[in-house]
Design a protein around this ligand. Structure first.
Ligand SMILES: Nc1ncnc2c1ncn2[C@@H]1O[C@H](COP(=O)(O)OP(=O)(O)OP(=O)(O)O)[C@@H](O)[C@H]1O
Ligand SMILES: [Mg+2]
Length: 245
């Protein structure tokens, strides 16, 4: 079986700033991969390479065994959910229109099917059906974040990219969103790449954790491996932060 995502000898620089150098990593299908590392180490870069928002200078990325080089990027993106921090909803569209945006692109004629799906996704992310008609500005930060996740899931993607999706919400909402996301993962078993600054979140949600520093992989392993067998003093210090809290 092909891996979900393969980074093959990726290099990426901005001027003299080398972000990734000969970065290689294979991510198996159905894993919940959490990504953690200091600011500027390349987390967003590796996420955006999956849906072609950033292209490598050299090397290749394979999605389901196929290089993204010769693929129609718009089509590729429709099969990959993308949720990022803060409100990225279309402000002039209602909640329902936001969630059904991609499904409507894919099957224009099946309006009823899409409507039913919107209700399902609202329920999945713990939102009341009556919020459907509201605009993003009429929602709380946590509600907007949930709509963002519902929208990312609505196209039934095989891969879900999440860039610090819970960074801007309060602790209680964050805890609830973590539980909901983990449930969605258990039910769908889609491949998830989830960037976070919070090591407890990384260890709690991930089936695999990727620890990066300055564009390099320090460790890629299960939460247990990181805790019991940290690869470097940096990883050891990082995971021990959670033990004290
Ligand atoms: N368009 C750009 N032009 C120039 N430099 C960039 C650009 N995008 C990113 N960078 C630089 O590339 C490096 C990696 O950026 P990236 O966004 O991947 O970091 P990150 O790990 O996601 O950081 P953070 O945790 O702060 O979000 C940083 O040094 C950043 O300044
Ligand atoms: Mg980032």
């Amino acid at each position: 079986m092909a891996a979900a995502i393969e980074y093959k000898n990726i290099s990426k620089s901005y001027g003299s700033n080398v972000v990734l150098k000969d970065f290689s990593l294979t991510l198996e299908k159905g894993e919940f991969i959490t990504i953690i590392g200091s600011s500027g180490c390349g987390k967003t870069t590796i996420l955006k390479m999956v849906n072609g928002l950033i292209s490598p200078d050299s090397g290749d990325i394979l999605i389901n065994g196929r290089s993204i080089r010769n693929q129609d990027l718009i089509r590729l993106r429709r099969g990959i959910g993308y949720a990022i921090q803060g409100s990225v909803l279309f402000p002039h569209m209602t909640v329902e229109q936001n969630i059904s945006y991609v499904p409507n692109l894919i099957n224009k004629k099946e309006k009823q099917k899409t409507r039913t799906a919107v209700s399902k996704w609202l329920q999945t992310v713990g939102l009341d059906e009556e919020l459907k008609e509201r605009y993003p500005s009429e929602l709380s930060g946590g509600q907007q974040q949930r709509v963002g996740i519902a929208r990312a899931l609505a196209a039934s993607p095989e891969i879900l990219l999440m860039d610090e999706p819970f960074g801007a919400v309060d602790e209680i909402t964050r805890g609830q969103l973590q539980i909901e996301l983990r449930q969605i993962y258990e039910e769908t078993r889609i491949t998830i790449l989830f960037v976070t600054h919070d090591i407890s979140e990384a260890l709690k949600l991930g089936t695999r954790v990727l620890v990066m520093d300055q564009g390099k992989i320090l460790q890629y392993g299960s939460p247990e491996e990181l805790l019991c067998n940290p690869s470097t003093p940096f990883v050891k210090q990082l995971v021990h932060k959670t033990r004290r809290t």
